[in-house]
Design a protein around this ligand. Structure first.
Ligand SMILES: Cc1cc2nc3c(=O)[nH]c(=O)nc-3n(C[C@H](O)[C@H](O)[C@H](O)COP(=O)(O)OP(=O)(O)OC[C@H]3O[C@@H](n4cnc5c(N)ncnc54)[C@H](O)[C@@H]3O)c2cc1C
Length: 304
């Protein structure tokens, strides 16, 4: 309920104005690694120093013009170049609406291909984030296409809150691929997504187990300690090798838990967003946790 309300309010232009004005001082900075690429590269270096890899995201989604989509694509090419030049351990995560998918399917497709081709040159990897359900089919189709051209250099995100995801996973796993499995962060109707958190959590564990069973490289992207414990038990019981999966968390959330997994010898990765277009990302982080909203509200009142 809290989640629905916050995601709904996030679309309100008055709320957007206030949050954009005060958000950075009032919590957003916790989730964003800086404004510029050089700042983000420095942050990656620090994180790598803790034995943790990174996936780098240049914030932005749903661009309004072709020029914005071209700029976003160029920024991703520059990120791959900078990661290569700096010699840091990071790949990239992108959103197809930022690449222009919602404006023109062919534009989004071309941009994705260019970026994955550059990643392949550096033997690096592109993760396609999953957005809301109007884009699910197109995202999975573009993943299959890019995978056909550059296998091993591109993967996608699957969301446990969608009823369809188990079927998608099974269809996409031949041949096995690289999936990040998440609970899902958008506002979706009950016609397509489990409304109860307990059902999402159960589906999450089922999807991770099935993904591993089908031979996919599986990224377990959650901060949920109980789920991580259940997944670790499955991994140990099945004798799954540690190079078949990794744990992922978002920048600013439960880093000590991720670090302790790294110290135990598991592969780990932080999702590091940077850039000025942090509003939609921040609203989703608030929606995930009432305490984040209280922190923001208190800071807003203190200013007054
Ligand atoms: C690496 C990564 C990539 C992601 N990519 C996508 C994507 O492409 N598409 C998509 O729809 N979603 C994505 N998500 C978001 C995901 O769908 C969830 O919304 C988010 O991870 C919260 O769910 P949870 O699994 O941590 O479980 P929850 O049950 O929500 O949280 C478990 C615990 O984690 C902590 N926690 C969770 N969220 C927060 C927060 N915002 N602030 C502080 N503490 C928190 C709390 O202690 C909470 O009790 C991604 C998440 C990760 C970790």
């Amino acid at each position: 309920m809290f989640r629905e309300v916050v995601l709904g309010l996030g679309g309100n232009s008055m709320v957007e104005g206030v949050v954009k004005r005060y958000g950075m001082q009032m919590g957003a900075a916790r989730f964003v690694a800086g404004d510029t690429l050089p700042e983000a590269i420095e942050r990656i270096r620090e994180i790598n120093g803790h034995g943790v890899k990174v996936t780098l995201d240049h914030l932005g989604e749903s661009v309004r013009t072709t020029d914005e989509a071209v700029d976003a694509k160029e920024s991703y090419l520059a990120m791959l170049d900078a990661i290569h030049q700096a010699g840091v351990d990071a790949n990239v995560s992108l959103k197809l609406t930022q690449m222009g998918l919602a404006l023109d399917h062919a534009l989004g497709q071309r941009h994705l291909h260019e970026i994955v081709a550059r990643a392949a040159e550096y033997d690096n990897f592109v993760r396609i984030d999953m957005e809301d359900t109007p884009y699910t089919d197109a995202t999975l189709a573009l993943l299959e296409e890019a995978y056909g051209a550059y296998p091993g250099h591109v993967g996608v995100v699957l969301q446990a809150y969608l009823y369809r995801t188990m079927e998608d996973l099974k269809k996409l796993s031949d041949p096995p691929k690289n999936f990040r499995i998440v609970k899902g962060a958008y506002r979706e109707p009950v016609s397509v997504a489990f409304p109860a958190k307990s059902d999402v959590d159960e589906n999450y564990v089922r999807l991770v187990e099935e993904s591993l069973r089908l031979g996919n490289y599986t990224c377990i992207a959650t901060h949920d300690e109980q789920i991580i414990g259940r997944v670790l038990k499955y991994i140990h019981d099945q004798g799954i090798e540690r190079d078949r999966f990794e744990f992922q968390m978002l920048y600013g959330i439960r880093f000590s838990l991720l670090e302790s997994l790294a110290k135990e010898g598991y592969r780990t990765r932080v999702y590091v967003p940077y850039g000025k277009d942090w509003y939609a990302y921040y609203v989703r982080r608030i929606a995930e946790r009432p305490a984040n909203m209280l922190f923001f509200a208190r800071a807003l009142i203190d200013r007054g």
